[in-house]
Design a protein around this ligand. Structure first.
Ligand SMILES: Cc1cc2nc3c(=O)[nH]c(=O)nc-3n(C[C@H](O)[C@H](O)[C@H](O)COP(=O)(O)OP(=O)(O)OC[C@H]3O[C@@H](n4cnc5c(N)ncnc54)[C@H](O)[C@@H]3O)c2cc1C
Ligand code: SF4
Length: 438
């Protein structure tokens, strides 16, 4: 046979093989790097539902990596030594697409890990908790994702409608706590059923979605909203989804009481209804639907002046701080990202205050950015410091050696959240801690 002909046939095969080996090696290197970065930043615990991959069953087909909808933005799954691995656990939001994509059932979706349990309240199929009259829907019950939250909010309402003792004088039929996707759907359901209800929200419309990074690609599936009909989104942006919900709120006349946080729920003396206590009022109601998600309530500093309107717990728009003196408090990724995005605005003076001696909880990318801006004189970083007082036009910060008074126009506190477990237990709702089980 002609050796030139053999070479002609073999060359593309060898070329494809070399390309395959090179791509596989590059992917493995990137996966190892991402896994090491997650370990260095102590971001090794998935927040809730996540995959556990059985290496003995995994055949290394990479279908799970390709199926993960978050993969475009962060490393979540990767391939190491020919096997799939959860390399960015804290970036996993529990889409579950990997489990469906795996051809050999090597993936199981679980809550929590051996080291870190995840608290899931016990909820009946009709969404009622162990306390008759108190219902839970959405991510708080363990079922994450926007479409699931909407479906559950709508279905929970269908159960609540069937309760006895509704439409009594002197009390509401229902108090809905939280205006994320589950709370929006439930509120529209309550409107449709003409229930006497109130929806209370500690923050703003949209729940966790309102906290997504600007321009985040949101992957969801169509869902049915009462009154409105089909919410026909698949891939969209955070902004478009929020705009849609704002339109729904305006067009349906849905009334949500914002910046009102529920602080407790007690059984009323008649035993058949509840008293819902908030930061500004108390409501008597036959039923309560908790659609409060799992993010919790922002942790406050507990210092004088924290009630001033210039103090916020998340950065919405860095541009609003142009030309201002700003203090960012915290040492995690959200604090560092807020600080550097504000420092990039013209004419801002940014101070970042953190109570510990090192930013051990933040990603290297954010730590490096802050170090660069500090070196360039565009940001002041006060490690081992504590805010002592917030005044109209200044802040007092205690460092290891002195108390400094800085001019100030805005304070952003990114000190994490208080998880809802304590709140649920105080109400008497049974909570189960899952350590890596379904
Ligand atoms: C970074 C990230 C990216 C994500 N990307 C996607 C995606 O692409 N697609 C997708 O389907 N899902 C995504 N999710 C998941 C999705 O956002 C949640 O599953 C969904 O928002 C849950 O809806 P919910 O209504 O149950 O709770 P939430 O959206 O969390 O809403 C709960 C609301 O309750 C309020 N609340 C809490 N406590 C109180 C209180 N005591 N009093 C009054 N109000 C209270 C909160 O302020 C909040 O507004 C993502 C999540 C994260 C963190
Ligand atoms: S889809 Fe299943 S078999 Fe394929 S890489 Fe992922 S875990 Fe392994």
């Amino acid at each position: 046979m002609n050796p030139y002909l053999i070479a002609l046939y073999l060359l593309p095969v060898v070329g494809i093989f070399l390309w395959y080996v090179r791509t596989r090696r590059q992917r493995e290197e990137a996966s190892i790097r991402a896994a090491e970065e997650a370990i260095a930043a102590s971001l090794t615990e998935p927040p809730s539902l996540h995959p556990v991959i059985d290496p003995n069953k995994c055949i290394g087909c990479r279908s799970c990596v390709a199926a993960c909808p978050e993969q475009y933005a962060h490393a979540v799954l990767g391939m190491i030594r020919g096997k799939a691995r959860l390399i960015g656990p804290s970036n996993c939001i529990g889409h579950g697409a990997c489990e469906k994509a795996c051809p050999v059932d090597a993936i199981q979706l679980v809550f929590g890990t051996v080291r870190r349990g995840v608290d899931i309240p016990l909820v009946n199929p009709d969404f009622q908790t162990n306390i008759p009259g108190i219902f839970i829907a959405g991510e708080l019950g363990g079922m994450g994702l926007i479409r699931n939250a909407i479906e559950q909010g709508r279905q929970a309402l269908e159960s609540i409608e069937k309760l006895g003792g509704l439409r009594q004088p002197g009390q509401h039929d229902l108090v809905i706590v939280g205006a994320g996707p589950a709370g929006i759907a439930a509120s529209l359901g309550a409107m449709k059923s003409k229930l006497d209800f109130v929806t209370l929200e500690q923050d703003s419309l949209g729940g966790t979605v309102a906290h997504f990074p600007r321009g985040k690609l949101v992957m969801t599936r169509p869902a049915i909203l009462p009154i409105v009909g089909k919410m026909n989104f698949t891939d969209t942006s955070k902004e478009k989804l929020l705009e849609f919900w704002q339109g729904v709120e305006a067009n349906t006349g849905l009334s949500i009481r914002y910046t009102e946080r529920v602080t407790g729920i007690n059984r009323a003396p008649d035993g058949a209804s509840f008293e819902v206590l908030t930061t500004s009022a108390a409501y008597r109601t036959r039923a309560v639907l908790l659609t409060i998600g799992r993010r919790g309530t922002p942790r406050q500093l507990g210092v004088p002046g924290e009630e001033l309107p210039k103090v916020v717990y998340r950065l919405i728009d860095p541009e609003q701080y142009k030309g201002q003196h700003v203090l960012v408090v915290g040492g995690g990724d959200s604090a560092l990202e807020a600080a550097h995005s504000i420092a990039e605005q013209p004419g801002t003076t940014v101070t970042l205050s953190y109570r510990s001696a090192a930013f051990s909880r933040a990603k290297p990318k954010n730590r490096n950015k802050v170090a660069e801006l500090e070196l360039a004189g565009r940001m002041t970083v006060l490690m081992s410091s504590n805010v002592r007082e917030i005044r109209e036009d200044a802040v007092a910060i205690e460092t290891e050696s002195e108390t400094v008074i800085l001019p100030n126009n805005g304070v952003i506190v990114c000190a994490g959240g208080i998880l809802p477990t304590g709140f649920l237990k105080d109400i008497g709702i049974t909570v189960e801690t899952k350590y890596g089980t379904a």
